[in-house]
Design a protein around this ligand. Structure first.
Ligand code: DHK
Length: 160
């Protein structure tokens, strides 16, 4: 059975490509989704990919992931810094949660520095731009012991 990964994207990420490109780059969310789908297929993973500007919708997907996914990759965007409800939903998910930010939030202004989500994340990836999504997928597959044996051995090092 293929590993099942759910990628969630929070508020304003539907505007990637034109939104503050000096911070978030020029790659659009549909382009990111297409790359993720291609990469997931290449490693034999199944992928659900969602975006919403609505906190409640994201929480519904996290709850559904308890039945439908083995790992969650989430870019909570602005909700990183405010949403206790999203933290609570993610805390109830039994598999690995990978928190992802396109920018390096640690080098940002005080409003964008302290993610509440990190407290319930197994992994935090930030600052890699759109490429962070691919690294996150690779990480999810590795954490679930789901990387194909045909990949070069260094890619299968660890995680412990
Ligand atoms: C995206 C956002 O929308 C911001 O609110 C976060 C994150 C950073 C990102 O880098 O992907 O602070």
């Amino acid at each position: 059975m293929p590993i099942r990964v759910m990628i969630l994207n929070g508020p304003n990420l539907n505007q990637l490509g034109t939104r503050e490109p000096h911070i978030y780059g020029k790659v659009t969310l549909p382009a990111i989704e297409a790359s993720c789908r291609q990469f997931a297929e290449s490693i034999g993973a199944s992928l659900a990919f969602h975006q919403s500007n609505d906190e409640g919708a994201l929480i519904e997907w996290v709850q559904a992931a308890r039945r439908e996914a083995d790992a969650i990759i989430i870019n909570p965007a602005g909700l990183s810094f405010t949403s206790v409800a999203l933290v609570d939903a993610l805390a109830a998910f039994p598999g690995p949660v990978i928190e992802l930010h396109i920018s390096n939030i640690h080098a940002r202004d005080p409003l964008h520095r302290h993610s509440r989500i990190s407290a319930v994340a197994k992994v935090v990836i930030c600052g890699l731009g759109a490429y962070g999504y691919i690294v996150a997928l690779l990480s999810a597959a590795r954490l679930l012991n789901g990387l194909p044996k045909t990949l070069p051995a260094p890619l299968r090092i660890g995680p412990k």
